[in-house]
Design a protein around this ligand. Structure first.
Ligand SMILES: NC(=O)c1ccc[n+]([C@@H]2O[C@H](COP(=O)([O-])OP(=O)(O)OC[C@H]3O[C@@H](n4cnc5c(N)ncnc54)[C@H](OP(=O)(O)O)[C@@H]3O)[C@@H](O)[C@H]2O)c1
Length: 288
């Protein structure tokens, strides 16, 4: 595996798990306090100084509802800054590793989307991430582009202020009535598992577009139920539907991804989502 790796968004939930997982390599961890990726001058200075062999970008503007009213910010971070990063990766000869989303699909499918399925985003966020994908695929000399879904990790999403699991647990502890949507089917994915999967992909020197989520699928309501079942916490949980819980951005009703290309290559290391959730809860408990 390439030895010199730079990780952007290194204090995010996926970024921090990548830093930990790839710690056997010479990793430079960049956060927003080092440079904002929309600042092309500072980005260039930092990356040319390190000259990584692999440049991993976990940054994104992914407050999905806010993207609807702030398309300039969404496109600035998820598209234009990505173009600049791809060019820098090309300049130093680095493999560019980038993450995209299940929200590039419209959710009209009845079986999992593969890498060959046609995207049709419903939201500004999904559109901006798809535009970022096209830039990576058309401009990066060497790239690994990974679509994933429903991330949660021990660091918690900085962009979204926590993660779904912790939100559910804190609502239950405060005795709040919890209503969760049952008509959006996803695959919650543990960032520690995704980080391990990325390490396997770097090791085997694959390139191109890959889906990588934990295995299986559930509604957000079923995910919440599993959190309370595994922890044994009593919660006042009931289901609702997206018709009753309106949000500015339209989300797909079904956005399950099949890790088809990883499986074809014998590289899929993603376990069932419920096993991953148990490990996450265990890890959180052991950290206190
Ligand atoms: N979260 C999900 O459910 C999900 C689902 C599918 C795909 N994805 C994709 O997976 C990737 C990782 O997501 P995540 O959940 O790990 O995100 P996260 O925890 O919010 O981490 C993102 C990191 O990027 C940094 N960042 C954001 N904008 C930046 C900028 N302009 N300049 C420099 N740093 C910036 C953030 O810093 P600050 O904390 O300072 O903002 C944060 O450290 C993203 O590409 C996302 O689109 C996420």
């Amino acid at each position: 595996m390439a030895n010199r790796i730079a990780i952007l968004g290194a204090n995010g939930q996926l970024g921090s798990d990548l830093v930990r997982t790839l710690s056997g390599s010479d990793v430079t961890a960049f956060t927003r306090s080092d440079f904002d990726i929309t600042d092309s001058v500072r980005s260039r200075a930092a990356i040319l100084q390190v000259r990584p062999q692999v440049l991993i970008n976990t940054t994104a503007y992914h407050r999905v509802d806010d993207c609807e009213s702030q398309p300039e910010t969404a496109y600035g971070v998820n598209v234009l800054a990505v173009l600049n990063l791809v060019r820098l990766a090309n300049e130093v000869g680095a493999t560019f590793v980038h993450f995209s989303t299940d929200y590039v699909f419209d959710g009209s499918a009845t079986q999992p989307y593969t890498e060959a399925s046609a995207p049709m985003p419903l939201s500004v966020y999904g559109n901006s991430k798809l535009a970022g994908e096209y830039i990576v695929r058309s401009t990066a000399r060497r790239h690994i582009l990974i679509r994933t879904c429903g991330l949660y990790g021990v660091a918690g999403s900085r962009g979204k202020g926590g993660n779904f699991v912790e939100t559910m647990l804190s609502k239950a502890r405060s005795g709040e009535r919890i209503r969760v949507i049952s008509d959006q089917i996803v695959t919650p994915t543990y960032t520690a598992d995704l980080a391990q999967q990325v390490a396997v992909m770097l090791e085997s020197e694959v390139s191109g577009l890959f889906h990588a989520t934990n295995e299986g699928c559930c509604s957000w309501y079923q995910f919440a139920s599993a959190i309370f079942e595994i922890t044994g916490i009593q919660a006042d949980l009931s289901e609702t539907t997206s018709d009753l819980y309106k949000t500015p951005a339209i989300r797909p009703h079904y956005s399950v991804l099949e890790n088809a290309r990883l499986k074809e290559r014998g590289l899929n290391r993603m376990r069932p989502w419920r096993d991953a959730l148990s490990s996450y809860l265990q890890e959180k408990k052991s950290r206190g």
